[in-house]
Write a protein that binds this ligand. Sequence first.
Ligand code: HPA
Length: 274
Amino acid sequence: MTMINQTVIREAAAYIQGKTGLKPEVGLILGSGLGVLADLIQDGISIPYQDIPHFPVSTVEGHDGELLLGTIEGRAVVMMKGRFHMYEGYGPEVTAFPVRVMKELGVQSLLVTNAAGGVNTSYKPGDLMVISDHINLTGRNPLIGPNDSALGVRFPDMSEGYSRRLRQTLKTIAAAKGIEVQEGVYAGMLGPSYETPAEIRMLRTLGADAVGMSTVSETIVARHAGLEVLGISCISNMAAGILDQPLSHDEVMETTDLARDKFLSLVLAVIPQM
Ligand code: HPA
């Protein structure tokens, strides 16, 4: 992976623009088990990550690697089916590189989704959580290094990482559909081992409601780039130590299946409002 600068961002975007005349306005990043949304894209084209100049390639099972462009509910969208994680060995700026490319393509708002462990003991597997805020506990930041002021400011404001307007919109849609949603704080960890029970108690003390291994770098870069962000976590399991059972990636994938219909119904309704 080359250093990320305007030249490589433009090369990736130019390649994508060479495949379709579509000008996406909304970006979507689909987390583990949430790739089903990709089936609902209309007149879509798919570009494997390995074909896009400077794109990394995702290495985790259950995470696909393709960029889709098309329309959903009349909106032009660009969708990542599969994302990049720091635990794969990528730097945080690499995991968020596609967000830079989306911005270059013309995207103005970003929906980030993920599977997450429930830290708040009132949550249940299969719940959906609107992300109100995050705690970046990865110890890394995608903006480290010289700041290119053409991409954003040196010290971006994070007081509204997750758009108040979009959160409210999503909650209004959920209420109208009779779908229960939680709202809470997402703690971003480096992974790839799941947390220990002591770490989960710590996260709860710190004010986290859910925990996962993605999203925070993407949101930081999106805010740096001036994008409005909406985040949705699918609570795929209770975090370590809450139930007397081990955690497994299979459980994470199975539970996201259970939440699929609610997830799709909310996301389809919110996209036109993004
Ligand atoms: N911890 C961290 N990441 C996760 C979890 C978890 O319990 N579930 C899904 N992603």
